[in-house]
Design a protein around this ligand. Structure first.
Ligand code: ATP
Ligand code: MG
Length: 302
C-alpha cells in the first residue's frame, strides 16, 4: 500500500474533500458514481475525465487498525491468486487525516459495464448453462473455507467471454478461527450505526459472513441476488450448475428465503444509518459514510 501518494494524478485529499462535502450536504449528485452495493459507493475519478474507480472504506480509528484491514485485503488477494481466481487489479491507499483517523481507498481501473456479470446475463437469452456461472461455481468451491467467504453475486464479477474476474474487495469475508468474529476492526464499519445497536449488528454481520464461507451458502446467495436483480430466467440454470458441479441439492426456495430475509434486513440497516447521520449532524458532529438513497433491495431502487 502506498501512503496517500496515491498516484501522481490523483490527490486523495481532494477526493476526501469531495466525499466530505457530499456527506455534509446529503447529496451525491455532484459526484460521478459508477455504482453502489450495500457497503460502498463507487466513485469515478477524476471527476472531469475519470480513469479510476475509487471505493472509500469508512475511516479507521488509527493507522494500526487501517493497516490490519489492508493486511486482510492483501491476504485475500493472495488466496484468490492461489486458487487461480482472477481479480481486477486493485491497489489500496491510506490517507491519515488531521483528526488522527485513517481512511483507506481501493483503486481500480474503470470496468466496462457491459462486462459486469449481471449485465452479461441480462443481455443473453437464458440458456440451460453459461460459462460465467460455471466459473463462479468453481471459484466458490476453491476459495471458500470455514474462515474465508467469497461474495459470489454476479454483479461482483466481470466476464470477458473467457475469464470471470472478481471486483469486490472492500469487505473481505474473513473470520477468526472460532468463526465468531471478523478478523479486522469492524468498528470502522459499525460506526455508521447508532451505538446501542452495534453489538447486535456485529453479531448479525458475523452471521451473514458465515453464509459465504461454504460454496453452497455463497452460491445460494448468488441465486438470491439473481432473483433480486430480476434475472429469474437464469435461476434454474444457476441452480442446475451449482448442484451438478458441487453435488449439492440447492433449491430455489432456499434462495428465495434468503432474499426475503435480506429484503427485510438491508433496508432496515440503511434506515439505522440515516438516523445515526441525522443525530450526529444535528449535534454538530461528523458522519462518515456516503449513503445511497436506497438499498439495492428496494423494489423501486436502481
Ligand atoms: N472498477 C469498477 N468499474 C466500474 N464499476 C464498478 C467497479 N467496481 C464496482 N463497480 C460497480 O459498483 C457496484 C458495487 O461495487 P462493489 O461490488 O465493489 O461494492 P459493494 O457491493 O458495495 O461492496 P460490498 O460487497 O462490500 O457491499 C458493482 O456492482 C459495479 O456495478
Ligand atoms: Mg458488491
Amino acid at each position: 500500500m502506498s501512503d496517500h501518494a496515491f498516484a501522481p494524478e490523483i490527490d486523495l485529499h481532494e477526493v476526501e474533500a469531495a466525499v466530505a462535502a457530499a456527506i455534509v450536504s446529503g447529496r451525491t449528485d455532484r459526484l460521478r458514481l459508477l455504482g453502489h452495493g450495500e457497503i460502498s459507493i463507487v466513485l469515478a475519478w477524476p471527476q472531469t475525465e475519470p480513469h479510476a474507480a475509487l471505493k472509500r472504506v469508512p475511516p479507521f480509528r488509527n493507522r494500526v487498525e487501517a493497516f490490519r484491514y489492508v493486511d486482510e485485503c492483501n491476504a485475500f488477494f493472495e488466496r484468490l491468486r492461489a486458487a487461480d481466481v482472477a481479480a481486477l487489479p486493485t491497489s489500496l491507499h491510506a490517507l491519515e487525516r488531521a483528526d488522527g483517523r485513517t481512511v483507506v481507498y481501493h483503486r481500480q481501473p474503470i470496468a466496462d459495464a457491459a462486462q459486469l456479470g449481471s449485465n452479461v446475463l441480462r443481455a443473453a437469452a437464458p440458456a440451460p448453462s453459461h460459462p460465467l456461472l460455471d466459473a463462479i461455481v468453481d471459484a466458490a468451491a476453491k476459495v471458500c473455507t470455514p474462515t474465508v467467504g467469497l461474495d459470489c453475486q454476479v454483479a461482483n464479477w466481470l466476464w470477458d467471454g473467457t475469464t470471470a474476474t472478481q471486483i469486490d474487495f472492500t469487505s473481505p469475508f474473513t473470520l477468526t478461527d472460532g468463526r465468531d468474529d471478523i478478523t479486522y476492526d469492524s468498528a470502522a464499519f459499525l460506526q455508521e450505526y447508532p451505538a446501542a445497536l452495534r453489538p447486535y449488528l456485529k453479531r448479525e454481520l458475523t452471521r451473514l459472513i458465515q453464509r459465504y464461507t461454504t460454496a453452497e451458502g455463497a452460491l445460494a446467495d448468488m441465486v438470491a441476488n439473481l432473483l433480486k436483480e430480476g434475472l429469474d430466467g437464469w435461476v434454474d440454470p444457476a441452480i442446475a450448475t451449482i448442484n451438478t458441479r458441487l453435488g449439492t441439492d440447492l433449491r430455489r426456495e432456499t434462495a428465495q428465503r434468503m432474499l426475503d430475509e435480506d429484503r427485510k434486513f438491508m433496508p432496515l440497516t440503511l434506515k439505522m444509518k440515516k438516523s445515526q447521520r441525522w443525530w450526529l449532524q444535528h449535534t454538530r458532529r461528523r458522519y462518515e459514510a456516503l449513503l445511497p438513497e436506497r438499498t439495492t433491495y428496494d423494489r423501486t431502487g436502481s
